[in-house]
Write a protein that binds this ligand. Sequence first.
Ligand code: SF4
Length: 256
Amino acid sequence: MCDKNEREAEISASRKNNKSADDGVAEDRVRVGYIDSVYCGSGVDGAGLRCVVFFAGCNLRCPFCHNPETLFQKGKAVLAEELVQKLRRYKPYFRRGGVTLSGGEPFLQKEFCLALARLLREENIRVAFETNGHVCDPALIAAGELICDVKNQETDDLSVYERFFAECVRQGKLPRVTNVLVPGKNDREEKLRALARLVRQYFPRGNIRFLPFVKLCEDKYAALGRPFPYADVRECEKEDVLRAEQIVNEVFSQKI
Ligand code: SF4
Protein backbone atom coordinates (compact mmCIF):
# COMPACT_ATOMS: atom_id res chain seq x y z
CA MET A 1 0.00 0.00 0.00
CA CYS A 2 1.35 3.46 -0.84
CA ASP A 3 0.32 6.50 1.16
CA LYS A 4 -2.14 9.06 -0.16
CA ASN A 5 0.51 11.54 -1.42
CA GLU A 6 2.38 8.85 -3.36
CA ARG A 7 -0.91 7.63 -4.75
CA GLU A 8 -1.88 11.11 -5.94
CA ALA A 9 1.56 11.59 -7.54
CA GLU A 10 1.20 8.26 -9.34
CA ILE A 11 -2.23 9.25 -10.60
CA SER A 12 -0.98 12.64 -11.73
CA ALA A 13 1.84 10.95 -13.73
CA SER A 14 -0.67 8.61 -15.26
CA ARG A 15 -2.76 11.59 -16.37
CA LYS A 16 0.25 13.28 -17.99
CA ASN A 17 1.15 10.09 -19.89
CA ASN A 18 -2.32 9.94 -21.30
CA LYS A 19 -2.61 13.66 -22.11
CA SER A 20 -1.72 13.06 -25.75
CA ALA A 21 -5.12 11.50 -26.27
CA ASP A 22 -7.45 14.25 -27.40
CA ASP A 23 -10.36 11.88 -27.29
CA GLY A 24 -12.79 12.61 -24.40
CA VAL A 25 -13.16 8.93 -23.59
CA ALA A 26 -9.39 8.56 -23.06
CA GLU A 27 -9.53 11.60 -20.82
CA ASP A 28 -12.34 9.95 -18.86
CA ARG A 29 -10.12 6.97 -18.12
CA VAL A 30 -7.58 9.06 -16.22
CA ARG A 31 -10.08 11.29 -14.49
CA VAL A 32 -9.29 11.41 -10.75
CA GLY A 33 -11.90 11.40 -8.04
CA TYR A 34 -11.99 11.10 -4.28
CA ILE A 35 -14.02 8.34 -2.73
CA ASP A 36 -14.50 6.99 0.75
CA SER A 37 -15.36 3.37 -0.04
CA VAL A 38 -17.18 0.90 -2.26
CA TYR A 39 -19.86 -1.41 -0.92
CA CYS A 40 -21.41 -4.23 -2.91
CA GLY A 41 -24.66 -5.66 -1.66
CA SER A 42 -27.08 -2.81 -1.15
CA GLY A 43 -30.76 -3.44 -1.77
CA VAL A 44 -31.87 0.10 -0.90
CA ASP A 45 -29.84 2.38 -3.16
CA GLY A 46 -31.75 1.97 -6.41
CA ALA A 47 -33.41 -0.77 -8.42
CA GLY A 48 -32.16 -4.32 -7.81
CA LEU A 49 -28.89 -5.16 -6.08
CA ARG A 50 -26.36 -2.36 -6.17
CA CYS A 51 -22.69 -1.69 -5.81
CA VAL A 52 -22.47 1.69 -4.10
CA VAL A 53 -19.55 4.07 -4.49
CA PHE A 54 -19.43 6.48 -1.56
CA PHE A 55 -17.90 9.76 -2.69
CA ALA A 56 -15.91 11.84 -0.23
CA GLY A 57 -17.13 15.35 0.56
CA CYS A 58 -20.53 16.93 0.95
CA ASN A 59 -21.95 20.43 0.74
CA LEU A 60 -24.40 19.76 3.61
CA ARG A 61 -24.03 18.78 7.24
CA CYS A 62 -27.26 16.96 8.00
CA PRO A 63 -27.51 16.27 11.75
CA PHE A 64 -28.71 12.71 11.09
CA CYS A 65 -26.00 11.90 8.52
CA HIS A 66 -25.27 8.20 8.36
CA ASN A 67 -21.96 8.58 6.61
CA PRO A 68 -20.06 11.19 8.65
CA GLU A 69 -16.79 9.60 7.53
CA THR A 70 -17.46 11.04 4.05
CA LEU A 71 -17.82 14.58 5.41
CA PHE A 72 -14.60 15.22 7.25
CA GLN A 73 -11.96 13.31 5.32
CA LYS A 74 -10.51 13.96 1.86
CA GLY A 75 -11.00 10.36 0.75
CA LYS A 76 -8.87 8.09 -1.46
CA ALA A 77 -7.78 9.33 -4.88
CA VAL A 78 -8.83 6.91 -7.64
CA LEU A 79 -8.79 6.87 -11.40
CA ALA A 80 -12.15 6.43 -13.08
CA GLU A 81 -10.87 3.54 -15.15
CA GLU A 82 -9.42 1.71 -12.13
CA LEU A 83 -12.68 2.04 -10.29
CA VAL A 84 -14.68 0.75 -13.24
CA GLN A 85 -12.30 -2.22 -13.56
CA LYS A 86 -12.98 -3.04 -9.93
CA LEU A 87 -16.74 -2.67 -10.35
CA ARG A 88 -16.72 -4.76 -13.53
CA ARG A 89 -15.74 -7.81 -11.44
CA TYR A 90 -19.07 -7.65 -9.63
CA LYS A 91 -21.12 -7.43 -12.80
CA PRO A 92 -22.70 -10.91 -12.59
CA TYR A 93 -23.81 -10.08 -9.09
CA PHE A 94 -25.68 -6.84 -9.91
CA ARG A 95 -26.79 -7.62 -13.44
CA ARG A 96 -30.41 -6.70 -12.59
CA GLY A 97 -29.30 -3.69 -10.59
CA GLY A 98 -26.28 -1.54 -11.20
CA VAL A 99 -23.89 0.92 -9.65
CA THR A 100 -25.04 3.80 -7.46
CA LEU A 101 -22.81 6.82 -7.00
CA SER A 102 -23.58 8.11 -3.53
CA GLY A 103 -21.74 9.83 -0.75
CA GLY A 104 -21.19 12.37 0.52
CA GLU A 105 -22.50 14.27 -2.46
CA PRO A 106 -21.38 12.78 -5.78
CA PHE A 107 -22.47 15.82 -7.82
CA LEU A 108 -19.69 17.90 -6.23
CA GLN A 109 -17.22 15.92 -8.39
CA LYS A 110 -18.86 16.63 -11.69
CA GLU A 111 -16.20 15.56 -14.19
CA PHE A 112 -15.40 12.38 -12.28
CA CYS A 113 -19.11 11.52 -12.04
CA LEU A 114 -19.62 12.07 -15.76
CA ALA A 115 -16.51 10.04 -16.60
CA LEU A 116 -17.62 7.14 -14.41
CA ALA A 117 -21.11 7.20 -15.87
CA ARG A 118 -19.76 7.07 -19.43
CA LEU A 119 -17.30 4.26 -18.67
CA LEU A 120 -19.94 2.23 -16.83
CA ARG A 121 -22.36 2.66 -19.72
CA GLU A 122 -19.66 1.31 -22.05
CA GLU A 123 -19.78 -1.82 -19.88
CA ASN A 124 -23.60 -1.93 -20.10
CA ILE A 125 -23.82 -1.24 -16.39
CA ARG A 126 -26.72 0.92 -15.21
CA VAL A 127 -25.77 3.98 -13.22
CA ALA A 128 -27.77 5.85 -10.61
CA PHE A 129 -26.82 8.98 -8.69
CA GLU A 130 -27.93 9.41 -5.11
CA THR A 131 -27.95 13.16 -4.52
CA ASN A 132 -29.20 15.68 -1.98
CA GLY A 133 -30.64 17.76 -4.83
CA HIS A 134 -28.67 20.90 -3.99
CA VAL A 135 -26.49 20.76 -7.11
CA CYS A 136 -28.83 21.37 -10.02
CA ASP A 137 -26.56 20.61 -12.97
CA PRO A 138 -28.29 19.64 -16.25
CA ALA A 139 -25.36 17.49 -17.47
CA LEU A 140 -25.27 15.47 -14.26
CA ILE A 141 -29.02 15.11 -14.12
CA ALA A 142 -28.91 13.77 -17.68
CA ALA A 143 -26.15 11.26 -16.97
CA GLY A 144 -27.99 8.53 -15.08
CA GLU A 145 -30.97 7.45 -13.02
CA LEU A 146 -31.64 9.66 -10.03
CA ILE A 147 -32.40 9.17 -6.37
CA CYS A 148 -33.04 12.51 -4.67
CA ASP A 149 -33.10 12.52 -0.89
CA VAL A 150 -34.99 15.57 0.34
CA LYS A 151 -33.36 17.17 3.37
CA ASN A 152 -36.20 19.04 5.06
CA GLN A 153 -35.53 18.00 8.67
CA GLU A 154 -34.26 21.44 9.71
CA THR A 155 -36.09 23.67 7.24
CA ASP A 156 -39.46 24.27 5.62
CA ASP A 157 -37.87 25.90 2.58
CA LEU A 158 -38.08 23.46 -0.31
CA SER A 159 -37.16 25.93 -3.07
CA VAL A 160 -33.91 24.15 -3.84
CA TYR A 161 -35.94 21.07 -4.77
CA GLU A 162 -38.24 23.13 -6.98
CA ARG A 163 -35.22 23.96 -9.14
CA PHE A 164 -33.92 20.39 -9.14
CA PHE A 165 -37.30 18.82 -9.92
CA ALA A 166 -38.05 21.40 -12.64
CA GLU A 167 -34.82 20.42 -14.41
CA CYS A 168 -35.73 16.72 -14.07
CA VAL A 169 -39.12 17.42 -15.66
CA ARG A 170 -37.48 19.43 -18.45
CA GLN A 171 -35.37 16.36 -19.23
CA GLY A 172 -38.25 13.89 -18.85
CA LYS A 173 -36.66 12.28 -15.78
CA LEU A 174 -38.56 10.73 -12.91
CA PRO A 175 -36.27 10.59 -9.87
CA ARG A 176 -36.90 8.31 -6.93
CA VAL A 177 -37.63 10.71 -4.11
CA THR A 178 -36.60 9.61 -0.63
CA ASN A 179 -36.82 11.34 2.74
CA VAL A 180 -35.30 10.37 6.08
CA LEU A 181 -38.23 10.49 8.50
CA VAL A 182 -37.10 11.93 11.83
CA PRO A 183 -39.66 12.07 14.66
CA GLY A 184 -40.22 15.61 15.87
CA LYS A 185 -38.31 17.08 12.93
CA ASN A 186 -40.11 16.40 9.66
CA ASP A 187 -43.04 14.17 10.58
CA ARG A 188 -45.62 16.89 11.28
CA GLU A 189 -48.69 16.44 9.11
CA GLU A 190 -48.34 19.93 7.63
CA LYS A 191 -44.74 19.31 6.69
CA LEU A 192 -45.50 15.93 5.17
CA ARG A 193 -48.30 17.46 3.13
CA ALA A 194 -46.04 20.25 1.88
CA LEU A 195 -43.47 17.72 0.72
CA ALA A 196 -46.10 15.53 -0.91
CA ARG A 197 -47.66 18.52 -2.72
CA LEU A 198 -44.27 19.54 -4.06
CA VAL A 199 -43.42 16.08 -5.37
CA ARG A 200 -46.88 15.60 -6.84
CA GLN A 201 -46.70 18.99 -8.57
CA TYR A 202 -43.65 17.89 -10.57
CA PHE A 203 -44.18 14.13 -10.69
CA PRO A 204 -47.88 13.25 -10.52
CA ARG A 205 -46.98 9.59 -11.02
CA GLY A 206 -44.14 9.70 -8.53
CA ASN A 207 -43.99 8.84 -4.87
CA ILE A 208 -41.91 9.38 -1.75
CA ARG A 209 -40.07 6.61 -0.02
CA PHE A 210 -39.54 7.24 3.68
CA LEU A 211 -36.31 6.01 5.24
CA PRO A 212 -36.69 5.58 9.00
CA PHE A 213 -34.22 7.55 11.11
CA VAL A 214 -32.09 5.13 13.15
CA LYS A 215 -28.94 5.64 15.16
CA LEU A 216 -26.72 2.89 13.78
CA CYS A 217 -24.14 5.52 12.91
CA GLU A 218 -23.43 6.57 16.50
CA ASP A 219 -20.21 4.53 16.62
CA LYS A 220 -18.94 6.30 13.51
CA TYR A 221 -19.31 9.70 15.20
CA ALA A 222 -17.57 8.37 18.30
CA ALA A 223 -14.69 7.06 16.15
CA LEU A 224 -14.39 10.50 14.52
CA GLY A 225 -14.42 12.18 17.94
CA ARG A 226 -17.52 14.18 17.00
CA PRO A 227 -20.88 14.45 18.73
CA PHE A 228 -23.87 12.90 16.98
CA PRO A 229 -26.23 15.91 16.62
CA TYR A 230 -29.42 13.83 16.79
CA ALA A 231 -28.26 11.61 19.67
CA ASP A 232 -31.31 12.58 21.75
CA VAL A 233 -33.87 12.27 18.97
CA ARG A 234 -36.09 9.21 19.09
CA GLU A 235 -35.65 6.60 16.36
CA CYS A 236 -38.40 6.26 13.77
CA GLU A 237 -40.78 3.31 14.21
CA LYS A 238 -42.68 1.36 11.59
CA GLU A 239 -45.90 3.11 12.67
CA ASP A 240 -44.33 6.51 11.98
CA VAL A 241 -43.52 5.44 8.44
CA LEU A 242 -47.01 4.02 7.88
CA ARG A 243 -48.59 7.25 9.08
CA ALA A 244 -46.34 9.37 6.83
CA GLU A 245 -47.13 7.12 3.85
CA GLN A 246 -50.82 7.44 4.52
CA ILE A 247 -50.65 11.24 4.56
CA VAL A 248 -48.61 11.32 1.37
CA ASN A 249 -50.94 8.86 -0.37
CA GLU A 250 -53.90 11.07 0.53
CA VAL A 251 -52.24 14.07 -1.12
CA PHE A 252 -51.33 12.06 -4.23
CA SER A 253 -54.87 10.74 -4.55
CA GLN A 254 -56.47 14.20 -4.40
CA LYS A 255 -57.60 15.67 -7.70
CA ILE A 256 -55.39 18.53 -8.81
S1 SF4 B 1 -26.40 15.20 2.18
FE1 SF4 B 1 -26.13 13.06 2.77
S2 SF4 B 1 -23.91 12.80 3.02
FE2 SF4 B 1 -24.33 15.01 3.02
S3 SF4 B 1 -24.54 15.54 5.19
FE3 SF4 B 1 -26.58 15.11 4.40
S4 SF4 B 1 -26.95 12.95 4.83
FE4 SF4 B 1 -24.73 13.31 5.02
